[in-house]
Design a protein around this ligand. Structure first.
Ligand SMILES: [Fe+2]
Length: 270
């Protein structure tokens, strides 16, 4: 069994002087999310960060992010979104071998697999330099196929930034995972994949991919307006920020969406 928390779309932003302002929205929001996560009675075994961690992919933003996450005692696994720079991210999060050993060439994709208890987490890179949409080239998909084939018997969660299903919000679907069908084709060959978890949408949602349940995660910072009209109104809202908690056992996988807040019990129920 493993409990995997998911923080997403943190969007830490540095100003023109390169400093990340402690009083700014994303910093305060991330502090609240971390504190909320740590207030849960069952402490997650690991935390995965599903992209758009830094707003501009700057080293100063990742350094600040790393410091803000330091209260978390469990391993933290980052992956790239369309706002991220894999080299800058890898340089700051090099304290975990799975992250630092991914490759040394410039803009090598940040892809790796780790074990969390008896569950496997496979992190994929759907980011494309300078583009908002997602794409995994043949090399990335071949790595995914080989990585999944190597451990066929362990329940496996696959993480991406861009979700592999349309969410119905035009603003997001216009910058979708463009070859999600090829990604789904790889996953279908590996029945141990129990869940695909993504970010990008700045909202919790559930969909599916060839029979595999897939979810997106609220942003720790700003939520996107749920407008399913077409073309729709692209906007952020005042909805509560939040994160996700995935409970994975050998037989079931359950996802909880958790608004950031203070979760001490108010009153016992019988
Ligand atoms: Fe984002």
């Amino acid at each position: 069994m493993a409990i995997i928390a998911q923080l997403s779309d943190i969007h830490l932003a540095a100003g023109r002087d390169g400093a990340v302002d402690d009083g700014s929205g994303p910093v305060r929001a991330l502090r609240a999310a971390v504190s909320s996560l740590l207030s849960l009675p069952a402490r997650p075994d690991a935390v995965v960060l599903t992209g758009d961690l830094a707003d501009a992919g700057l080293a100063a933003e990742y350094t600040r992010l790393h410091a803000l996450l330091s209260p978390l005692p469990m391993p933290v696994y980052p992956l790239c979104g369309n706002h991220d720079d894999p080299d800058a991210l890898r340089a700051v999060f090099a304290d975990h071998p799975a992250v630092s050993a991914t490759g040394t060439s410039v803009r090598a994709p940040l892809q790796y697999a780790v074990d969390i208890g008896d569950v496997r987490l496979v992190c994929c890179d759907t980011s494309v330099q300078g583009q908002p949409y997602g794409f995994m080239d043949d090399d990335r998909l071949a790595w995914l196929d080989t990585t999944l084939a190597a451990v066929p018997d362990r329940p496996t969660v696959v993480a991406t930034h861009h979700p592999a299903y349309p969410v119905g919000i035009r603003f997001i679907d216009d910058m979708r995972f463009t070859n999600a069908a090829a990604f789904g084709g790889v996953l279908r060959r590996h029945p141990q994949v129990v869940r695909v978890i993504s970010g990008h949408v700045h909202r919790g949602s559930a969909g599916s991919l060839g029979g595999i349940v897939a979810t997106t995660c609220p942003s720790t910072y700003r939520q996107l307006f749920l407008d399913l009209t077409q073309p729709g109104h692209a906007a952020v809202t005042g909805e509560p920020a939040g994160f996700a908690v995935h409970l994975v056992t050998t037989t079931t996988t359950t996802t909880h969406f958790v608004p950031t807040g203070n979760y001490r019990p108010l009153m016992d129920v019988e």
